[in-house]
Structure formats: C-alpha cells, structure tokens
Write a protein that binds this ligand. Structure first.
Ligand code: SF4
Ligand code: SF4
Length: 92
C-alpha cells in the first residue's frame, strides 16, 4: 500500500488560472490539467506520493489536494466522498 495525490475537483481553482501543483510536481506526465473539467488531475500510476503538490496547494489556501491510500493492485482504498458517507453511517 502507498499514498497518491488526489485532487478534490470542487476545490480546485484551475479554471481561474491556478497551475501551482502542475508546475511543482517533479514527476513527468503525473499532474496535469484536465481541459474538459478544467481541474488539475493526477495520473495515479505516475504519482510518487512526495506530497509537494499538497504543500503548494495548501500554501495558496486552496486545500484541493489530499493524499489517498492505494492498494497493491493500484486501486484507491477510499473514493472521494466515501469517508464522509461512512462517517454519517456511523452516527447511528
Ligand atoms: S494548486 Fe490546487 S487549486 Fe491550484 S490547480 Fe493545483 S489542485 Fe487546483
Ligand atoms: S504527490 Fe508528488 S508526484 Fe504525486 S502528484 Fe503530488 S507532486 Fe506529483
């Protein structure tokens, strides 16, 4: 298991011109703009989990990237929104 970066589409302000994470990601073809959705997008199998994109996005106060655990088979352990749903389920 390892961690990869995941962009929270609703918080990403790439449509306003932000490209910070894309500029800072040290891995080629890993973090790029999705021109259809106009949000930054991580290619999971290229991400090395270095956290740099989280640091720059948080420093700019966008908080649009989180680190997510990935299984050995390359599947995200928790999909976006699932943890919130689980939290609600456990509230009784
Ligand atoms: S730094 Fe954050 S807000 Fe800016 S493009 Fe990347 S994910 Fe989006
Ligand atoms: S964690 Fe590192 S390698 Fe992965 S997308 Fe962010 S900056 Fe790129």
């Amino acid at each position: 298991m390892y961690n990869v970066a995941q962009v929270i589409d609703e918080k990403c302000v790439a449509k306003k011109g932000c490209r910070l994470c894309i500029m800072y990601c040290p891995e080629a073809n890993c973090l790029d703009l999705n021109p259809t959705k106009m949000v930054a997008e991580v290619t999971i199998d290229r991400c090395k989990g270095c956290d740099l994109c989280v640091v720059v996005c948080d420093a700019a106060k966008h908080y649009a990237i989180i680190m997510q655990a990935v299984s050995a088979t390359g599947k995200l352990m928790t999909q976006k929104g699932e943890s919130a749903a689980l939290g609600q389920a456990y509230q009784g």
